[in-house]
Write a protein of this length. Structure first.
Length: 652
């Protein structure tokens, strides 16, 4: 990229216009680098207690003195007393800090808000007023049904018979909104390939697909992608490694305080193991699959909420039920109905010792009795040996009558494919979905298919809802304010980006990580690395992948950040790893293409990276950049330019 300005000369503005979006990327990078990022605020622990103590008696529940209610974020905003991101312009801060006894809040005669709490409120406002999804000071929080529900499908509209389309079209009609337009074949191929197997489609295959006149070609393509067992398993390995906090290296692996589950996990994905069986084998594990519920045995003294037993309680409830017990691991939750007792009772089903309950890290003298969260489905015999307790728990968790179990995973899959959950965020399953029928229909399909996750993926991507133009969200909607207008464009994951760069440049690792190699051998997967390059999911994370969002996996990660941080933006623009990769890729290009095939390289690059041919103007300028004869420096500059385009980095 350093040589680009010299190569472009006075034509750089035309280059920016024709490649379209590179200037936008650099603008985003610059703004990200300059923006001050406010420190994170803990709504549950720093804000809720303050508002309960100092505001709730007059402004919560059925009380709204002065027309001001704090029951929900929306009501706080409607009152006009807070300007998100601008505490100095927020009247609320004036009220709680003023010395005027006629204006001060709480009213004169009541304890003032202490300075530390005022600082927390100020930080909360400056952070944009973050609010726990579904939480309300009114006390009447939404309680999702436990039992499964089979919705009645509404009539089809405009000949769209797919069950997802019938449900969504009906909702759009009720909002007097038309369905979004469908994307073209090339865009669909790129989107569905990245979503299902994590790879860019081969350029020649895109051309062949576009030329195909078969009315079932999209359905056939979906089936073809899902049948590629090796590519599917390697792509979804990332999804599950994040959620099951599994990795090749990291805290605890060397000293035995943590156990990997690579071989069991990869084989399960390769075989498309039924999801209920998959989860039962994690909860009541064999030695091969025991690493998830064992958690991490931290060295030295730890907080009581970080013990392996409490990790079990937190991780199982979060991953498989979308329930956050982290707050309730120290005390009864401030933000939902879960209690400290329930957290410890679930942990006791795993514990092999009497488990004393600690409140805020202090022993209470009381011991957990051992119980599961939803006794209406049945209960675990707390007096049974641990393996038997876990077996009973695994059956209750995956019971077909536990509707939360199926809803949680199909909501996660919808989020991965469509850019936003039906319940959002995906770990807040206490929150009311924006379409209950859609969520229940997907959950019903999962159970009816024998818990076949590929069936749910196929169902989603064959809908016209998935195949529609992406919707533009100018800013994240507040809880309860989201209205579906189409799928939301998604930034490539770190692994997708790196794999795509390796595909285009012919670079990448020649060997997988040693543990990944053993995993592939044990699974009998001979397809991985068949092209001479192993994928990002099979190698140890490097600085570039970490900066682009690949987590260290010491904790459960169910969704990665959707926006670039400052560090990510800077690494994307000047990462030594990426610099070296593109330099090697440019050298490969010059060796692969004879001098007279410069135009072929440009066409191939656009087809491979963007699933489209360059416009004539783009082609002309690209040829000027690569040079005549084609130079390594010119090829490198063109690779940088195309790979920095939002059109490349976004699954659109």
């Amino acid at each position: 990229m350093n040589q680009m300005c010299g190569l472009l000369g006075s034509g750089w503005k035309e280059w920016m216009r024709c490649l379209g979006g590179l200037a936008v990327v650099w603008g985003l990078l610059a703004s990200a680098a300059m923006a001050a990022e406010p420190a994170a605020i803990d709504f549950a622990h720093q804000i809720v207690p303050v508002l309960r103590k100092h505001c709730a008696s007059c402004h919560a529940g059925k009380k709204a003195e002065g027309g001001f209610s704090i029951n929900t974020r929306e009501l706080v905003l409607d009152a006009g007393v807070v300007e998100p991101g601008k505490s100095d312009d927020s009247y609320l801060l004036d009220l709680i800090t003023t010395d005027d006894s006629d204006l001060q809040m709480p009213p004169a005669g009541n304890p003032r808000v202490p300075a530390t709490a005022v600082a927390a409120i100020r930080q909360w406002v400056d952070s944009g007023l973050p609010w726990e999804p579904g939480f309300s000071f009114a006390g009447d929080a939404y309680e999702p049904p436990l039992a499964p529900r089979r919705p009645t499908l509404p009539p089809s509209r405009d000949g769209r018979e797919h069950p997802i389309d019938r449900i969504i079209d009906t909702q759009l009609a009720s909002q007097q909104t038309t369905s979004p337009e469908l994307i073209d074949d090339a865009t669909f191929y790129r989107r569905v390939s990245l979503d299902l197997v994590g790879l860019l489609p081969v350029a020649a295959e895109v051309e062949k697909f576009v030329a195909d006149s078969s009315p079932t070609k999209r359905e056939d393509l979906v089936e073809q992608l899902l049948d590629n067992r090796s590519a599917y398993a390697q792509h979804w390995l990332t999804f599950w490694n994040d959620m099951l906090r599994n990795d090749y290296v990291g805290t605890g692996y060397i000293d035995g305080g943590r156990k990997p589950i690579h071989q069991w996990l990869y084989r399960s994905l390769l075989e498309n193991k039924p999801y209920d069986q998959f989860v039962r084998e994690l909860i009541a594990p064999t030695d091969e699959s025991a690493g998830f519920i064992r958690g991490i045995k931290w060295r030295g003294a730890v907080n009581s909420s970080q013990t392996q037993e409490i990790q079990f309680s937190q991780n199982v409830s979060q991953v498989f039920l979308g329930i956050n017990l982290k707050c309730a691991s120290c005390h009864d939750s401030f933000i939902d109905r879960w209690t400290l007792q329930e957290t410890y009772d679930l942990a006791a089903l795993y514990s092999e010792r009497p488990l004393e309950i600690h409140r805020c890290d202090k022993p209470t003298g009381k011991f957990a009795s051992g119980a599961w969260l939803f006794p209406e489905l049945g209960q675990v015999d707390a007096s049974a040996p641990q393996p038997e307790r876990l077996q009973q728990l695994s059956q209750l968790l995956t019971d077909p009558e536990n509707g939360r179990f199926a809803r949680t995973i199909v909501n996660r899959l919808w989020y991965r494919l469509m850019g936003r959950g039906i319940v959002h965020p995906v770990d807040a399953m206490q929150t009311k979905p924006w379409n209950e029928d859609l969520l229940d229909q997907l959950a019903t399909e999962l159970v009816d298919s024998g818990y076949d996750l590929k069936h749910v993926l196929q169902l989603i991507v064959t809908s016209q809802a998935y195949q529609s133009q992406t919707a533009l969200l100018r800013q994240p909607p507040a809880a309860g304010e989201y209205h579906y207008h189409g799928p939301i464009a998604k930034r490539m994951t770190a692994e997708q980006f790196v794999d795509a760069v390796w595909q285009i440049t012919g670079t990448g690792p020649q060997q997988p990580h040693a543990q990944a190699a053993a995993m592939l051998t044990a699974a009998g997967d001979t397809q991985a690395g068949a092209a001479g390059i192993y994928r990002a999911a099979l190698v140890e994370s490097d600085l570039l992948m970490r900066s682009l969002g690949r987590p260290n996996r010491e904790q459960v990660v169910t969704s990665r950040p959707e926006l670039l941080t400052t560090l990510q933006a800077l690494d994307l623009s000047n990462s030594p790893i990426l610099v070296a990769t593109l330099r090697k890729g440019a050298e490969n290009v010059v060796q692969k293409y004879p001098p007279e095939q410069c135009e072929q390289f440009v066409n191939d690059l656009y087809l491979q990276a963007l699933s489209r041919m360059p416009t004539q103007s783009e082609r002309d300028i690209a040829l000027e950049i690569v040079g005549a004869p084609m130079s390594v420096e010119g090829c490198e500059d063109l690779l940088w330019a195309v790979l920095m385009l939002p059109e490349f980095q976004i699954v659109r």
